[in-house]
Design a protein around this ligand. Sequence first.
Ligand code: IPE
Ligand code: IPE
Ligand code: MG
Length: 237
Amino acid sequence: MDRSKLTIPRHVAIILDGNGRWAKSRGMPRNYGHSRGAKNLEVICEDAWNIGIKYLTVYLFSTENWKRSKEEVDGLMKLFRSYTKTCIKTAEKNNMKVRVLGDPTALDEDLQESLRQLVESSKDHTGLHFQIAINYGSRDEIVRAIRHVASDCLAGQIRPDEITEELFSGYLDTRDVPDPDLLIRTSGELRLSNYLMWQLAYSEFYFTDVPWPAFTKEDLWLAIEQYNGRERRYGGN
Ligand code: IPE
Ligand code: IPE
Ligand code: MG
């Protein structure tokens, strides 16, 4: 296939799944899988931009992931601390603009501070728009947005009859980010796990058995090839 003729999705969202199973299959602890997964994310960010993808949104930690063992959650938070620091440098080097989706208030204050720095230091960059979802859940995002809309109504800033899909979208964590064209989930599960339910209303879905730490640029191309075979309809005919 001549890849130069393919339509490149503007926005790709990824559920990075399978770190734990990937590590287990190598006789290693789950947190080893997470650290290899984080390294792979840096590689895929560059690959995505080189392919021509403009927006990349990745699921790092769900509102449900707090149910995992303390050891795993502690390991993940430690990893996010170092990942965020590294990301400040790579965002600088690669001109990435980073946004954070999810409710940061449950995270430790130092991690919240690093995330704020990451967003602030990269806000004027013009390369890849990179959204990281951390302590993110779609239901939680929608409920937080509703609370915000309701308080703006009570304050008299908007009237209930002014609430449209467009206005509501502006209250979500993804405001100013176009909806994903393509969703990729690695490692074989066929579900959304509370990811971007509003935003994925008309996205194409691609599932692969490849676990996240082993996912390569070639796998990303395979997803884009399959995306090109889809006929997008948006309800028309
Ligand atoms: C994805 O890998 C990363 C996170 C959810 C934090 P998993 O940790 O879910 O790995 P599996 O699905 O158990 O293999
Ligand atoms: C979804 O993966 C969350 C992230 C990738 C961060 P999970 O592995 O937590 O989802 P379930 O539990 O299999 O649905
Ligand atoms: Mg999983």
